[in-house]
Design a protein around this ligand. Sequence first.
Ligand code: KG4
Ligand code: ZN
Length: 337
Amino acid sequence: MADKNITILAIESSCDDTGAAVIRDGVVLSNVTATQHVHEMYGGVVPELASRQHQAHIVPVVDAALKQAGVSVHDLSAVAFTKGPGLLGSLIVGVSFAKSMALALNLPLIDVHHMHAHVMAHFAERPYPDFPFLCLTISGGHTQIIRVNSPLNLEILGETMDDAAGEAFDKTGKMLGLPYPAGPVIDKLAQSGKPVFKFPEPQTEGLHFSFSGLKTSILYFLQKEMAADPEFIQKHTNDICASVQYTIVSILLNKVKQAVVTTGIKQVAIAGGVSANSEVRRRFSESASELGWKLFIPAFEYCTDNAAMIGITAYYKYLEGRFTDQTAAPEARMDIG
Ligand code: KG4
Ligand code: ZN
């Protein structure tokens, strides 16, 4: 029987969202995120600005998370943080803050892999998936199909060989002159468009993905159409968005269908920022009812970067006694195993 009142303060600062959350016995008591809007005008995250914004946000965000949870620092059992992967200048703010707090309060420290946490976001709210389950993680930096054997045992079955699914959305947005991050904007515009333009799907081995060929075919397509009609993008933005989104979702869905067939596992979970996409949700739900899958998609606040998922993962690490110490350092690149 697990200990009771395991209270964890978790901090996330891997990219451009500063997050803090309090988790008690695996239950989310608070989940606070400060999003940085400063990057929108640059068309992508500017690492130096992200780091400075984390420094400005971290104290108020941690404070708000503790207050909303009704927890004092003296009630804490451990402090958890995102160790990587991510931007070094961003990660270092969360890592240093967590280490200082743990030192001052004499608390154990738990380091968490950001993508492991996206998978464990499925344990923020019931119903939970049973083990083993398949998890498609789709974010700005990753696209992977993972076989999740237990909370701390993850096996990567396939991953992208070049761009991530979120990058495919964001880079398309850049070509169309849309603000960063373009994923949510494309999602919205696509709702009043039709997928009338066809783009080829890449032929990749096994359960691996590739999105760079799609990016190139979109670029050539737009160059050709713009040469014939300089107002092409302006006139057809919604249909272009719907077409690109349709293709990205088809690529993801076909590989997951293949993963279900090869593993025989029919519990499918989707994680990461792109799982907020309405076409992902619609077409995966359709396939789930057609093919008898049990589908899990976290609530919106647990899809994009947040600290609750860091705290949930840390809770399972706490139960297994998997702690780190004051020598912990951020890692820009980091294996999930
Ligand atoms: O997981 P996340 O918040 O951060 C990373 O760890 O990367 O994912 C961010 C990515 C961005 O590429 C963003 O454009 C994409 O998720 N995204 C979406 C949607 N919401 C966020 N992509 C498509 N449709 C959305 N609704
Ligand atoms: Zn993420």
